[in-house]
Design a protein around this ligand. Structure first.
Ligand code: ADP
Ligand code: ZN
Ligand code: ZN
Length: 727
């Protein structure tokens, strides 16, 4: 193919009007040109980065522009990665260029193509026990060491939350031989620790299954309760592959919340481990790509965007906490990294392991109908029972800061016996509503279709959707009454009530208002880590990943909102959240207890979840979805649009409905107002497409995109395939 006639290359670019453009290539054409990046001119004076995806002998266009430069000495994307990106673009109904630019780390999107910078990294050079002894008199240095040990190599710039003089501390630790300077962002572990336990029978059975199926594509759903030893199974699944010189990709929902996983891996796996996530510098992420592509790292532990990392010899993909919604990107191209991990496994013909204590119903369905191997771990490795969950009726009882007298007593009792307590509530501020007692008026945002949250410390009403602040009205703007009061509780109010009730025990609040910087986060965490009795009041931010060994009681303040949600997945999400939060209790030394406060203790949801367990709840939920023909028994897409004027928006969406046309397999609902009808002055509407057949759905959307370009018209819209939320 490398002859004189094929001097035309097909370049994928992120441009609104086409998927690819043809360019002329001058000079000697290198071998293996496909998958390399090029810099190409567009229009009069623009230079863009694109990727060569094909060679051509002729083009439909006669006057072709010339490629300005080939940016890669080797293909950046190999055949499989390119194939993955093509299929993903097709699946998510975006242009190839769009998908490519979503996949490429920012560094590779720069047209000036600067070399990837050399950076100074520090990595732990000694085991933490010894380090701790040596650093007894240097707590700041210990903190830095401990962090680097737990999170892998770091640049001092990434340690500013620990100390303003992190660079100096790293230098001191290096002089003492505790840290080592490195130009690499990965660790190279040669001193693996052997675990002091043998696998349980359950673990052995599951592991054997994975190892017996590790040559070709297949998906295993590792469905194991919290503390059942999934991580150990992951590690041993990888080992034989790594020993053969192959590579693995491990996806985690949020790297900041799962340092334990990296830490455990880095102790146990002999080889080179790198992390990849948005907290790294652009240069560092580019380097991970380079190194994984060249086969210089063995395992990459990555968040969502790491899914596209090119590997030389990828042999397995693990997806931890596969049910987590963080895997679905919520802006730009709305891809699901979990679903694409399965697609990637198929393309590369390698096994994929999805792990969770609360598998997504979709994944369970695949397990139930034998598309996935269903591997269960139903007991904890330490033989401890799961936390005991009690429902606490909120009805007709007096509460203080949203907590019943009984709950408050239980909290106090735990503190008195030396334990820590977590009070979980997914609502910041003092109170989610401000209400007029006389006429029932409730304060709302002028720009959004949302109530304003009262923040007592700031003495402001704040919209949590657009962040607009309002001063407190002295009179009801509707009836002039002065009888204004708050309705409902937020974290500020819970904190204050607990402070009043508990005397000297510290109350430590974790939410976006009290913890806005990494430094504050660390400080609050340090207070908890002293192990002294305290109450932690926190939002979602605390639900995942954190191990607090002294935590014996978790209180969930109120979950009832989920029962009024219009989202057909609300109960699934609630069950996952409750099990996740409950899993925080009794992780180590103490037996765990969980109190869920609710107005609806008799709700069937609780009955099923607490008496029969998550699996049974999921089976029932799946039956309902089948009856209603909702995913995973149907295939859904939402067209979301917004505009300043509601009538224009609706008219436009009606036009789209016409353009979509009819298909017996696809029902089109709408235009419907979005659950939040207005946000930041823009009205929001949607069309919901629900199809019995995926092919029909995609066919219809493809036709639509031929007639309407989402970026061209006055109304902004996009397609969300397999939406995980209606808002
Ligand atoms: P999961 O990821 O399923 O919540 P982990 O993998 O974190 O569970 O395991 C919980 C704890 O049990 C860890 O401290 C791990 O080292 C330990 N562990 C794993 N397997 C065994 C085993 N077979 N015997 C004893 N302890 C184990
Ligand atoms: Zn009023
Ligand atoms: Zn607002």
């Amino acid at each position: 193919m490398n002859n004189a006639s094929s001097r035309i290359v097909q370049v994928a670019l992120k441009i609104p009007f086409a998927d690819t453009l043809d360019y002329q290539l001058t000079g000697k054409i290198p071998k293996q040109i496909i998958g390399r990046r090029v810099r190409v001119p567009l229009g009069k004076n623009k230079l863009l980065v694109g990727v060569i995806i094909g060679l051509k002998n002729s083009s439909d266009y006669r006057k072709l522009k010339t490629v300005d430069a080939i940016l890669d000495e080797q293909p950046l994307l190999n055949k499989n990665t390119l194939n993955l990106i093509k299929k993903a673009a097709n699946y998510y109904q975006v242009s190839l260029g769009d998908m490519l630019m979503t996949a490429l780390p920012a560094w590779f999107r720069k047209p000036d193509n600067p070399p990837i910078p050399q950076e100074t990294w520090y990595k732990a050079n000694i085991d933490p026990q010894t380090a701790k002894e040596k650093l007894q008199k240097a707590p700041k240095q210990w903190q830095v060491f401990d962090y680097i040990h737990a999170n892998g190599p770091q640049m001092p710039a990434a340690l500013s939350h620990l100390s303003a003089s992190a660079a100096a501390l790293c230098k001191q630790l290096t002089d003492k031989g505790l840290l080592q300077q490195s130009d690499r962002s990965f660790i190279d572990n040669k001193h693996i620790e052997q675990p002091d336990f043998t696998l349980t029978d359950d673990q052995q059975r599951v592991l054997k299954h994975i190892q017996n199926h590790n040559n070709h594509f297949n998906v295993s759903l590792l469905d194991g309760i919290t503390g059942s030893g999934k991580t150990e199974v992951y590690i041993r699944s990888l080992m034989p592959l790594l020993e053969k010189g192959q590579q693995a990709l491990v996806l985690v929902p949020e790297i900041g919340l799962t340092p334990q996983l990296f830490q455990t891996f880095s102790k146990r796996i002999e080889g080179r481990l790198a992390v990849f996530h948005s907290g790294l510098s652009d240069g560092a992420r580019a380097r991970v790509w380079q190194q994984a592509g060249a086969g210089h790292v063995d395992v990459v532990v990555a968040t969502r965007s790491g899914l596209f990392t090119p590997f030389k010899n990828l042999a397995m993909i693990l997806v931890d906490e596969e049910h987590d919604l963080s895997y679905k990107q919520q802006d730009g191209v709305r891809y699901s990294a979990r679903d694409l991990a399965v697609l990637r496994g198929q393309i590369e013909d390698i096994p994929v392991v999805l792990g969770s204590a609360t598998p997504a119903y979709e994944s369970l369905r695949h397990a139930l109908n034998n598309h996935y191997h269903w591997l269960t771990l139903r007991s904890r490795t330490n033989q401890k029972s799961l936390p005991n969950i009690q429902l606490q009726n909120l009805d007709s009882r007096k509460t203080h800061g949203g907590l019943t007298r009984k709950t408050l007593n239980d909290i106090e009792q735990q503190l008195d016996s030396g334990h820590q307590v977590l009070v979980f509530l997914n609502r910041r501020g003092w109170s989610p509503k401000l209400l007029c007692h006389d006429c029932g008026w409730i304060a709302e945002c002028d720009d959004c279709d949302a109530y304003l949250t009262y923040h007592k410390h700031k003495d402001r009403l704040i919209c949590h959707h657009c962040r607009r602040h309002y001063s407190l009205p002295e009179f009801c703007p509707n009836c002039g009454s002065q009888e204004m009061d708050t309705l409902g509780v937020g974290t500020e109010q819970v904190e204050t009530a607990l402070q009043q009730e508990l005397g000297d025990y510290p109350v430590i609040r974790f939410d976006r208002d009290s913890v806005s910087t990494a430094k504050q986060w660390q400080q609050q965490l340090d207070r908890v880590r002293t192990g002294k009795p305290c109450v932690i009041v926190g939002t979602q931010m605390l639900a995942k990943g954190h191990d607090f060994p002294k935590l014996s009681l978790v209180v969930v303040v109120n979950v009832d909102n989920s029962f009024y949600s219009t989202d057909f997945r609300a109960e699934e999400y609630l069950a996952q959240l409750l099990i996740q939060v409950a899993g925080r209790a009794g992780r180590a030394e103490t037996a765990g207890q969980v109190i869920i406060q609710t107005h609806q203790p008799k709700h069937e949801f609780f009955h099923t979840l607490l008496e029969q367990g998550y699996e049974q709840l999921a089976r029932k939920g799946l039956e309902q979805r089948q009856d209603m023909q909702f995913p995973p028994f149907s295939h859904m897409a939402i067209i979301r649009a917004q505009h300043r004027y509601e009538d224009k928006l609706e008219a436009f969406l009606l036009e789209l409905v016409d353009a979509i046309g009819q298909d017996p397999d696809v029902s089109v609902m709408g235009p419907l107002p979005a659950p939040m009808q207005k946000k930041q002055k823009l009205h929001r509407m949607q069309l919901i497409l629900n199809a019995s057949n995926r092919r029909s759905l995609h066919q219809l959307l493809k036709q639509l995109l031929k007639k309407h370009n989402p970026t061209a018209g006055p109304v902004r819209w996009f397609i969300d395939i397999d939406p995980v939320s209606f808002d």
